[in-house]
Write a protein that binds this ligand. Structure first.
Ligand SMILES: [Fe+2]
Length: 223
């Protein structure tokens, strides 16, 4: 299964989306529940856990953060970052200077649908704060090159997510998100900032694979 070999190198043509360290919040500027979450995540990284264990544990901490009234109240200031079938962008709240994980938000307008895509080599925790959507998952059944294909996709899972749910998305997992009738707010923790490594979009009919930099990053204060 070439899609799971993880043998990509970061490529020169993947831009850093113009985001500098100065534009991402330092931990001491974050609201208290988010700062506490960052401290917990950093402690988990420092423990040197195996990646799937690490991200499962971070997911448990994220469930607690999603319930924080201060965070939920703050979402009233967050703009939509994906409208209809347009390209996605993310609010960028924090990038860890030592371990590289980031905190993002993706705010989808009602009925918004994503490409069939993966998140490349990164781990992603997708926590739902409001609204709800439908997720479809796929796996590759071909042995063609991971980044050029053509890809043969097999549908393997489908489920709905609602507020409080945390979806743990391992590297290279292929999926599609279909928003419901409400505005859906996802609070996301990624192992690396999008824009610094290649991600891929898939055409299910033709098997074409398209490289992407992932969602555009918009620095945004979570204080
Ligand atoms: Fe995704």
């Amino acid at each position: 299964m070439t899609a799971e070999t993880g043998d990509h190198d970061a490529e020169d043509d993947i831009a850093t989306a113009g985001v500098t360290a100065e534009q991402t919040a330092t931990a001491d500027r974050l609201m208290a529940p988010a700062r506490q979450f960052v401290d917990q995540v950093r402690a988990l990284f420092a423990d040197g856990l195996e990646e799937s264990v690490l991200w499962g544990r971070i997911g448990e901490e994220l469930r607690t953060l999603l319930a924080a009234p201060e965070l939920r109240a703050h979402t009233g200031t967050w703009p939509d970052t994906k409208v209809g079938n347009g390209p996605p962008s993310n609010l960028l709240f924090y990038e860890d200077p030592d371990y590289g994980f980031v905190m993002n938000a993706l705010v989808k307008s009602p009925g918004s649908v994503t490409f069939v895509h993966d998140h490349g080599l990164s781990w992603t925790l997708y926590g739902v704060l409001a609204g709800g959507e439908h997720i479809e998952r796929y796996t590759r059944t071909d042995d063609n090159p991971v980044d050029t294909g053509p890809a043969e996709l097999k549908h393997v899972d489908a489920f709905d997510v609602s507020p409080g749910f945390v979806d743990v998305v391992p590297p290279w997992q292929i999926h599609q998100e279909m928003n419901g009738a409400d505005r859906t707010i996802g609070f996301i923790v990624r192992s690396r900032r999008s824009g610094t490594f290649p991600q891929y979009r898939y055409n299910r009919e033709s098997g074409e694979i398209m490289k992407s930099g992932g969602p555009t990053q918009i620095p945004f204060a979570l204080s």
